[in-house]
Design a protein around this ligand. Structure first.
Ligand SMILES: *Cc1c(COP(=O)(O)O)cnc(C)c1O
Length: 360
């Protein structure tokens, strides 16, 4: 068996510890004589799995008791609609940082007043627009941001001002990569397939006082339904939740928490950016202060050479490193599960490619 270094933006690589544990428990999980996939979601075994996962996530992110943790389906993308359905009354202020906020804006527009209060579109989303309290719409309900833009490789290092308004963040591609002060936010969501687990689960962390009965909303689209039923109003994605739980266990016991995880992530990202910034071949277009620790886009400046890089990288065991079609070039997604050795090996490969392809 040969495992590759998988730089996919999502679904992304998972910690080998998690995959091994799942494999050990495949036929007989928690002494039940069956796989987690075969368990009733109403069984005490599964109840223990989901509650342990929630407890671990609460400890890892230090989530205050007045926030609820929900497991929802429909991906990160359903949240683009569920958020306005549940929380938009007078208007939503959205900061456009590319694809993932564009999609949120499109869904919001179908459901209520949508104000795009800032955008970095004119620079192909290579920076995070800085706003002031004056940029906010007086009667809007919330400010909505994409904390880490997976495609452009940008990341908020500070929260935008949002006095008097809720703050909502799409953390699909950076959740669990660093400690977060949850109480700065009112709702955080993340599709699992980047940094939490397999596709099919979305984690929503929401302030409890925002959960409301609503006769107009289908039950499955109301956050309160999930909160009232421990995310089991209907059959939840049981196996996905179980794998998320194993990732939380790995972060707690093998990594030692999010502060340690952040140190490892900074080490990986700093190494890669430092090499790119000093190389004669590669460049990264993102404003330095806004660079992502998770997604690192880079180009050679020559489309044919980019294609050659992607092809030769694959042959050398570095897969899914092609950039998003709207950006081109390459993108190395270096989520929590990408080991330091994977980034070191990638840099060695990049050096060799540079030597072979840069003419003196
Ligand atoms: C991947 C991603 C999404 C969409 O997730 P789906 O689960 O495919 O709907 C949303 N936001 C961000 C930041 C993402 O990276």
């Amino acid at each position: 068996m040969t495992r590759v270094y998988n730089f996919s933006a999502g679904p992304a690589c998972l910690p080998e510890w998690v995959l091994n544990k799942a494999s050990e428990e495949m036929l007989d999980a928690h002494s039940s004589g069956m796989s987690v996939m075969e368990m009733s979601h109403r069984s005490s075994e599964f109840e223990d799995i989901i509650n342990t996962a929630k407890d671990r996530l609460r400890r890892l992110m230090d989530i205050p008791e007045d926030y609820e943790i929900l497991f929802v389906q429909g991906g990160g993308s359903l949240q683009f609609s569920m958020i306005p359905m549940n929380l938009l009354e007078h208007g939503a202020d959205i900061i456009n940082t590319g694809q993932w906020t564009k999609k949120a804006i499109a869904e919001h527009k179908k459901l209520g007043k949508t104000n795009v209060i800032a955008s970095s579109a004119e620079a192909n989303f290579t920076y995070i627009p800085k706003i002031t309290q004056d940029d906010l719409t007086p009667d809007s309900d919330y400010v909505y941001i994409c904390e880490n833009n997976t495609i452009y490789g940008t990341k908020y290092k500070q929260r935008p001002p949002h006095e008097g308004k809720l703050l909502i963040a799409d953390m699909s591609s950076c959740i669990l990569s660093e400690p977060v002060n949850v109480s700065e936010y009112d709702l955080i969501f993340a599709g699992a397939q980047k940094n939490i687990g397999p596709a099919g689960v979305t984690v929503v962390i929401i302030r409890k006082d925002l959960l409301k009965d609503n006769d107009k909303l289908p039950s499955m689209l109301n956050y309160k339904t999930y909160a009232d039923n421990n995310s089991m109003y209907n059959t939840p994605p049981t196996y996905g939740i179980y794998i998320c739980g194993l990732v939380f266990e790995w972060l707690e016991n093998e990594i030692g928490g999010l502060e340690n995880m952040e140190k490892i992530n900074h080490k990986k990202a700093d190494m890669l950016y430092d090499y790119i910034d000093h190389s004669r071949l590669y460049s990264n277009p993102v404003a330095k202060e806004d660079r992502s620790y998770m997604n690192v886009p880079f180009v050679t400046g020559d489309k044919d050479l980019d294609a050659k890089f992607v092809k030769e990288a694959k042959e050398a065991g570095f897969v899914n490193i092609k950039g998003h079609r709207t950006v081109g070039g390459m993108r190395a997604s270096i989520y929590n599960a990408m080991p330091v050795e994977g980034v070191e090996a990638l840099i060695e490969f990049m050096k060799k490619f540079e030597e072979e392809n840069v003419k003196e």
